[in-house]
Design a protein. Structure first.
Ligand code: IMP
Length: 219
């Protein structure tokens, strides 16, 4: 996984723990588990561009499958902002609380029905400089006027998910993961890997079976 975030690696491990490829269990590692690789600069204008660039970059440095993701919040009344700038919305020294304050300030005069937003997650799976598959997950909600809840991270305290009547920060992690943009993208990834790893050896499109990550780094 092209991420230095150990929490994300753990989450994917948990979600894919019983998936096998060609009869072999998956071994999932993050950037923190392998020798350092210089990080690429994110320049994309979309989640797809960023995830794809990151995935292809690391897949050229790695012999197994590489999974990269990009995610963020799009607020309709702000023309889709913060979007790919979600993490650095309150630059130059962004943090979650400042990002939330900025979003609420910009939405101050916007009435509740117009405070529509969605979280988006794009995952790109690559192998040796070639994209194998892309998975997109989305979840729709509203931006409330004051943060609520202590769980999660990022914009979770202001993202109200109507079907459960809670903000994402008011949900236990397992419940959020079932409905979240990331959870939905991971479910698609899981279905894809299950088909690729089916005993017939053929992929969903008749593609060749995926090779397993035997060596750490190509030399
Ligand atoms: P990244 O893809 O992990 O870099 O996330 C980009 C940014 O989007 C994060 O720093 C958060 O600000 C925001 N974000 C992405 N996913 C979530 C989520 O599930 N909850 C809250 N904020 C999120």
């Amino acid at each position: 996984m092209a991420t230095g975030n150990a929490g994300k690696v753990r989450e994917i491990r948990r979600a894919l723990k019983d998936v096998t490829l060609n009869g072999c269990p998956l071994e999932i590692v993050g950037l923190g588990d392998i020798p350092p690789i210089a990080a690429p600069i994110e320049r994309g204008r979309t989640f797809e561009e960023n995830a794809k660039a990151k995935s292809l970059y690391y897949s050229r440095e790695w012999a197994g499958l590489t999974l990269a993701e990009d995610s963020g919040l799009e607020i309709e009344a702000l023309g889709g902002a913060p979007g790919v700038r979600s993490a650095r919305f309150s630059a130059p020294q962004p943090d979650d609380a400042k990002n939330i304050r900025k979003a609420l300030r910009l939405l101050a005069s916007v009435p509740m029905p117009a405070r529509k937003a969605r979280f988006v997650c794009v995952m790109v799976l690559s192998e040796r400089g070639r994209v194998v598959a892309e998975f997109r997950g989305e979840v729709r909600g509203r931006i409330i006027v004051e943060p609520r809840g202590e769980n999660g991270f990022g914009y979770d305290p202001i993202f109200y998910y109507r079907p459960l009547g809670r903000t994402f920060a008011e949900l236990p992690a397992a419940v959020k993961n079932r409905v979240s943009h990331r959870g939905r993208a991971v479910a698609k990834l899981r279905r894809f890997l299950e088909k690729r790893g089916a005993p017939s050896g053929g992929g969903p499109d008749g593609a060749r079976p995926v090779t397993s990550a035997r060596s750490r780094r190509p030399r």
